[in-house]
Write a protein that binds this ligand. Structure first.
Ligand SMILES: Cc1cc2nc3c(=O)[nH]c(=O)nc-3n(C[C@H](O)[C@H](O)[C@H](O)COP(=O)(O)OP(=O)(O)OC[C@H]3O[C@@H](n4cnc5c(N)ncnc54)[C@H](O)[C@@H]3O)c2cc1C
Length: 401
């Protein structure tokens, strides 16, 4: 493998890494472009893993993000099954699990996150759902028909619950908070979503954290913070993520809840950039670096980093945050970010009908909106949030809609 430092190397061939490659070519970069990924078949539609693909009766595979022809047309050299094991910022080399040392002029870190492991007292890691390989394991739940206990009531836990219920599997969700996703959605929307799961037969154990999981002859004993022990035959954990930064430890690149970058995607080391889920950006509101782990963000930010490098710019990525989730055939769209203590105002429709727009904010500042069934409102609220509109503006928009 070339040791010359005249090319650009992207580590991670998923949403952000492949979009960065596109941004580089779009911005006019014509030099060598190598994308490495440790997965043997990287670059697929990850959000579908917990939705249609888990619910499907056939064993459909996730859609690839790029075909070989598309990669070839853009002169992108994809090295699948090549994990980065180290970064030498002085000699400008990425070291791989094959012992290669690949030179770079710029390197883009796009290694995303891994599912936070939950390890039993016997040392076994519980199944999670992050990769194509995880999907194969999770599908076993749907085929064995045994009841499944999900540890964690976040987006992944709830989507998996909905998908498994559609296959007739008995599902129990264990969640440390009183209402799943209440922090993201506000109590009213979260309550409606909880009711939707109840109506579809999901069982919940809310308000108690899981403290440990022990393997038993029948399955597992799940120990809860309130002292109870629940028995489970099959368990899947969805309790958050960890940034895939192991290979960067000791490299000199600043790490804190991910790879620390500025708004343009630059790290503290010249020529080293980062994009997507792995990025930890300073959040003055929370007083710490925070990752924003959503598909559209990864794509947009990846492209921006590619453009910045190609054009020699440092343009900030400042799109309005957006995330969606699909459960029971309904799609919830979240724009901006609801903050703790925000007021939630139904500005259109009616939550109980699954057709609504709820604005989130405080002190007449609009912080976010949750939209279900009214896709046209996405454009309006994206504009309002971008313009830093007030809650009153949001209400005014609704009354004139
Ligand atoms: C099941 C599931 C459902 C989701 N649903 C939604 C949704 O509905 N809406 C939404 O907005 N977001 C959703 N997300 C989040 C979304 O998938 C992520 O935000 C997005 O994938 C981030 O893209 P990324 O390129 O930054 O990182 P990733 O997609 O995590 O890709 C990182 C890549 O880097 C590779 N890699 C890691 N370490 C190394 C290494 N050392 N060397 C080489 N390669 C390495 C990995 O193999 C991987 O291919 C979902 C995520 C999951 C897991």
């Amino acid at each position: 493998m070339s040791r010359t430092n005249d090319g650009i190397v992207i580590v991670g061939a998923s949403a952000s890494g492949l979009s960065a490659a596109d941004g580089l070519r779009e911005g006019g970069y014509t030099g060598p472009l190598t994308v490495l990924d440790e997965e043997v078949e990287p670059g697929y539609d990850r959000p579908m893993l917990s939705k249609s693909l888990l619910a499907a009766r056939d064993h459909a595979t996730p859609a690839p993000l790029r075909t070989d022809e598309q990669l070839a047309a853009k002169g992108i050299d994809l090295l699948a099954g090549h994990g980065a094991t180290g970064l030498d910022v002085d000699r400008r080399l990425v070291v791989t699990n094959w012992g290669e040392a690949i030179g770079w002029q710029h390197v883009i870190v796009a290694t995303g996150v891994t599912a936070r492991p939950v390890v039993t007292t016997g040392g076994a890691a519980l199944p999670t759902l992050r990769t194509r390989a995880d999907l194969t394991a999770a599908r076993q739940f749907a085929t064995t028909g045994r009841p499944v206990t999900l540890i964690g009531g976040g987006f992944i836990g709830l989507e998996v619950a909905a998908a498994l219920r559609s296959r007739g599997v008995e599902v129990t969700v264990l969640c440390a908070t009183e209402l799943p996703l209440a922090g993201f959605l506000g109590d009213e929307v979260a309550g409606w979503l909880h009711d939707l799961h109840l109506a579809n037969g999901v069982l919940f154990d809310l308000g108690t954290a899981t403290t440990s999981v022990a393997e038993t002859a029948q399955g597992y004993d799940i120990h809860l913070a309130d002292g109870r022990v629940r028995q489970a035959t099959s368990v899947l954990a969805g309790v958050g993520t960890e940034p895939a930064t192991d290979w960067l430890i000791g490299s000199g690149v600043e790490l804190d809840h991910g790879v620390v970058t500025d708004a343009a995607g630059r790290t503290n080391v010249e020529g080293v950039w980062a994009a997507g889920d792995i990025v930890g950006r300073w959040d003055p509101l929370h007083g710490r670096h925070r990752r924003f782990e959503h598909w559209t963000h990864a794509i947009e930010q990846g492209r921006r980093v590619g453009l910045n490098i190609a054009r020699g710019e440092a343009t900030a990525h400042d799109a309005v945050p957006y995330v969606w989730t699909e459960q029971y055939g309904l799609t919830l769209h979240m724009l901006g970010e609801r903050r703790p203590g925000d007021t939630d105002i139904v500005v259109e429709g009616d939550i109980s009908t699954g057709d609504f727009v709820v604005a989130h904010g405080a002190c007449d500042e609009l912080h976010g909106a949750t939209i279900c069934g009214r896709v046209r409102a996405l454009r309006t609220y994206r504009k309002l949030l971008r313009a830093r509109a007030s809650l009153n503006d949001a209400l005014g928009t609704a009354s004139s809609a």
